[in-house]
Design a protein around this ligand. Structure first.
Ligand SMILES: NC(=O)c1ccc[n+]([C@@H]2O[C@H](COP(=O)([O-])OP(=O)(O)OC[C@H]3O[C@@H](n4cnc5c(N)ncnc54)[C@H](OP(=O)(O)O)[C@@H]3O)[C@@H](O)[C@H]2O)c1
Length: 330
């Protein structure tokens, strides 16, 4: 590496929205013993990234400090390795989840822990790979670990509801549940109904209609599992649509979700609400990238922006109306 400075996007304090993001020149980070330095080809934005900027994760000490370079989900090429790195070499194409106090990705270079980096086969583009880490692993692990579903087709088919199926998490949840041969009902806005059907959903309802708002299955099914990618839906809306032993996986829990979850537990209710927070592991990334390579899963890309237009990408994510993932290409 001859170059030692790079362009990065940073913000200096909580709040400020997209206008708070500035393009700056900073030093290129050095990989520690078990880290790789990646030349970032694509980085995806998750709602978590702007929730950190809003200060919503302040009690968990995110971000670590200011100025903060946001975003964690990257794909690119390894350009330098730490002395104890065993599984990667310079020139390898990879994807990674960054853990530098939940950021570091919106830059020309980023350091990633070897344990949260996975190889990217040539068939998978940087944008498709960068879309995966938080969004696709949340969908996968919510379906497997919490809803208890198998995704390899060996399960008895279950009825699954995916809300906000047009979003970053939802579009993966629909596809992964279908890989398991489950029946998928999905909610999204009217303009995305055909897109979500194209992902494999068996029935799709517009969330702005009374039936959609009530989460009714058009074929009258009761759901065995709900992957709730929206927020603020009361238990009383879910409850009449659930089968006897259903589980609702709540990805954006609020205080009332925790109370409902606790009440269901102490009353030994067979219908459960489970708040869920993803923990990214390399094995999960490898599994997902293999599905992309095999053509069994696709990353729906809403839009791509150069680093100079990072503010526009951020504003689009903040707006909450992306169809799939928003990508920045440094
Ligand atoms: N717990 C975890 O580990 C975890 C991990 C990842 C994400 N999350 C959370 O999960 C949530 C979803 O994340 P995401 O990345 O999928 O968000 P996203 O991509 O920003 O979601 C945007 C999509 O949601 C649709 N939508 C919004 N409200 C809807 C509603 N009431 N019904 C149906 N569709 C609706 C929008 O459709 P329209 O444009 O038509 O409105 C848009 O297509 C966020 O709150 C995020 O923080 C949690």
């Amino acid at each position: 590496m001859t170059k030692n400075v790079m362009n990065a996007i940073q913000y200096e304090k909580y709040g400020g929205g997209s206008a708070g993001l500035k393009e700056v020149e900073v030093g290129i980070p050095s990989p520690k013993k078990k880290e790789v330095l990646v030349k970032v080809e694509a980085v995806s934005i998750n709602p978590l990234d702007w929730k950190i900027q809003k200060g919503l994760l302040r009690p968990l000490f995110f971000p670590g400090n200011f100025p903060h370079t946001p975003c964690t989900d990257i794909a690119g090429e390894v350009v330098q390795i730490g002395p104890q790195v065993k599984d990667f070499k310079v020139g390898d194409k990879v994807l990674a989840l960054l853990n530098t106090r939940y950021g570091g990705g919106m830059a020309e270079f980023a350091v990633a822990s070897e344990s949260l980096t996975a190889s990217r086969p040539p068939e998978v583009s940087a944008a498709e790979a960068a879309a995966l880490p938080i969004a696709a692993l949340t969908a996968r692990d919510a379906l497997i670990q919490i809803a208890g579903l198998k995704l390899d087709g060996t399960d008895k088919p279950k009825n699954v509801l995916v809300t906000a199926a047009s979003g970053g998490v939802g579009h993966y949840a629909v596809q992964l549940a279908k890989l398991g041969n489950h029946h998928v009902t999905a909610t999204c806005g009217a303009r995305n109904i055909e897109v979500v059907k194209g992902l494999g959903a068996d029935e799709v309802v517009d969330y702005r209609t009374p039936e959609g708002a009530a989460l009714k299955s058009p074929s009258g099914r009761k759901y065995d599992a709900v992957i709730n990618c929206t927020s603020g839906i009361a238990w009383s809306i879910f409850e009449p649509n659930l089968s006897e032993k259903a589980v609702v996986v709540e990805l954006t829990p609020n205080p009332s979700s925790f109370i409902t979850a606790a009440l269901k537990k102490i009353s030994f209710s067979k219908k459960r609400l489970v708040p869920f927070f993803v923990v990214v592991k390399r094995e999960g990334l490898e599994n997902l990238v293999q599905l992309l390579k095999d053509g069994k899963l696709k990353s729906l890309i809403d839009s791509k922006f150069p680093l100079t237009k990072a503010q526009d990408a951020w504003a689009k994510s903040l707006d909450g109306h992306a169809t799939g993932k928003i990508i920045v290409e440094p």
